[in-house]
Design a protein around this ligand. Structure first.
Ligand SMILES: Cc1ncc(COP(=O)(O)O)c(C=O)c1O
Length: 398
């Protein structure tokens, strides 16, 4: 609502910066923060027409806010989406899609490699309401046709996955689902819209944890749902009623952060590739994974489907759980944080933190070995990042 329509440029880098909420009476250059729960009406008749949707205007910030609208417009430009919704967290985005679109008796087909909390929504929350799921082998969509049932309504994908960096062939899954009337929803948090555009591959909706690279500075928790305008309209009603709204303050911060996203992602991806190449073949390091490393088992798909490999690298250190924890304790610069996508390099031991809620068997099925380390490669100088990891590796092996 009330976006300026001229001089937005044609290139994405320009559009993210120039797409903004119209300036107010003071003609401020940067969009101000609209910390207002509600908006006033000049008279009772305007209140009635705005409230009913006959006339455009802001009503109440659980519904809509100028800062949130600006963020949505920028995210839509980035993903090539018709419409969008922002939410209080990435999990609120994922949960809103599932709870807002599905009914009791419906079935979800999901790629097996999913973020821990998403897995738990599927396995513990939705079954209470009669919504079931089947996990499919992320790397073998050719085996998925038999898993689609008459009651399958939605296919949920995470590519690349957290933390296994396993990919799903979007073109293949979309072709399969489209003919069967199954909506395809893709968690694009790891790639970001600059590394992969699922809607261009035919997906119906994209979800994001904006907490990660989109904010990029570890300050906010937020999420987004973007895509087909018909589905977004349906979900808007659900989100407005149930209230998992992103605050104006967080919307304002993330919207500004998007202005530097292209620059940041360039460096995240270059540093991640350099670290992955350095790690490969190091003594004590096993199974280095990065989508743009030629040794990644789905490297051909990665280079076809993605325009960059993202900012995450995983590897396994010798010594299992103890080795992984010793490595983290030996880091001197990189932070031990469950978050990722920050300007600062962060390292995590998924088996004992983000994915500790999964059974040992479920972790093994998605490649989370006991010594697996997930590094979110930041924007520090690559030589400093490598020096810290080199030092920690040598101590954890001694
Ligand atoms: C791939 C992915 N999706 C969703 C989420 C959840 O996002 P949030 O923590 O913003 O709720 C995460 C969080 O790490 C994630 O990595």
């Amino acid at each position: 609502m009330s976006q300026e329509t001229n001089h937005k440029g044609t290139h994405l880098e320009t559009r993210i910066i120039r797409e903004r909420t119209a300036a107010g009476p003071h003609r401020e250059q940067v969009t101000p923060l609209y910390m207002a729960s509600g908006f006033t009406f000049p008279d009772a008749e305007t209140a009635r027409t705005v409230y009913s949707g006959e006339q455009q205007g802001y009503v109440y910030s659980r519904w809509e806010n100028p800062n949130t609208d600006e963020l949505i417009a920028r995210l839509c430009a980035l993903e090539g989406a018709e419409a969008g919704i922002t939410t209080a967290s990435g999990m609120a985005a994922i949960f809103s899609v599932l709870a807002g679109l599905l009914n009791s008796g419906d079935h979800i087909l999901a790629s097996r490699s999913l973020f821990g909390a998403t897995h738990q929504i599927l396995t513990t929350t939705l079954p209470r309401w009669g919504i079931s799921h089947t996990y499919a082998d992320s790397e073998r969509p050719d085996t998925w046709a038999d898993l689609i049932r008459p009651e399958t309504r939605l296919c949920l994908l995470e590519t690349p996955s957290n933390p296994g960096l396993t990919l799903v062939d979007l073109a293949q899954v979309v072709a399969l689902c489209r003919t069967r009337g199954v909506h395809v929803v893709v968690d694009n948090t790891f790639a970001t819209p600059l590394g992969q555009q699922p809607l261009a591959w035919g997906a119906d909706l994209v979800v994001h944890s904006t907490t990660k690279f989109l904010d990029g500075q570890g300050r906010t928790i937020g999420g987004a749902i973007l895509g087909d305008s018909f589905l977004i309209k349906e979900l808007t009603q659900f989100v407005r009623q149930t209230g998992p709204t992103l605050s104006p303050f967080n919307s304002w911060l993330v919207s500004q952060a998007l202005e530097t996203l292209p620059l940041r992602m360039e460096r995240h991806c270059a540093n991640a590739l350099a670290l992955a190449e350095w790690l490969e073949g190091r003594p004590g390091v096993e199974a280095v994974r990065y989508p743009f490393l030629p040794s990644h088992p789905q490297h051909e798909l990665a280079t076809r489907q993605m325009t960059s490999g993202g900012g995450l690298v995983t590897f396994a250190v010798a010594g299992g759980v103890t080795g992984g924890r010793r490595f983290l304790n030996a880091l001197q610069m990189c932070d031990i944080v469950a978050n990722l996508g920050d300007v600062r390099t962060t390292a995590t031991h998924p088996a004992s933190t983000t994915h500790s809620g999964l059974s040992e068997g479920d972790r093994q099925a998605v490649g989370i070995t006991p010594g697996l380390i997930r590094v979110s490669v930041g924007l520090e100088h690559i030589d400093d990042i490598i020096a810290d990891i080199d030092h920690a590796l040598s101590l954890s092996l001694s």
